[in-house]
Design a binder for this molecule. Structure first.
Ligand code: ZN
Length: 109
């Protein structure tokens, strides 16, 4: 059974960084990269890129998000105000929703 918590992270989720350089930061998931087990999170794991001067840009140093490993982030539960693991719950209509394993709050509409 695949019970890995981080595979439940989706785009637009708010997550918190639990390990690495940006530990403690929070951001919104921009993109999930399932094949590499990484996600792009806004304002997390920023890297500086030197951009060459071009017709459209003046060049200089640009800051951009780099993918961060799923194992370094956790879903941020607004109720618990902390990073949590997610579980699944089946609703009466058959839909499966994610819920916080700590407080039990359902995270999907
Ligand atoms: Zn919670």
């Amino acid at each position: 059974m695949v019970a890995e918590v981080n595979t439940r992270i989706r785009r637009d989720d708010e997550v918190t960084v639990i390990a690495g350089r940006d530990r403690g930061l929070r951001g919104k998931v921009i993109k999930v990269l399932p094949t590499s087990g990484r996600v792009l999170v806004s304002k997390v794991n920023m890297v500086k890129r030197h951009a060459r001067q071009s017709a459209n840009s003046a060049g200089g140093i640009l800051e951009k998000e780099a993918p961060i490993a799923l194992s370094n982030i956790q879903f941020f539960c607004p109720n618990c105000q902390t990073g949590v693991r997610l579980g699944m719950k089946q609703l009466e209509d058959g839909r499966k929703v994610r819920r916080c394993r700590k407080c039990g709050e359902v995270q999907d509409q």
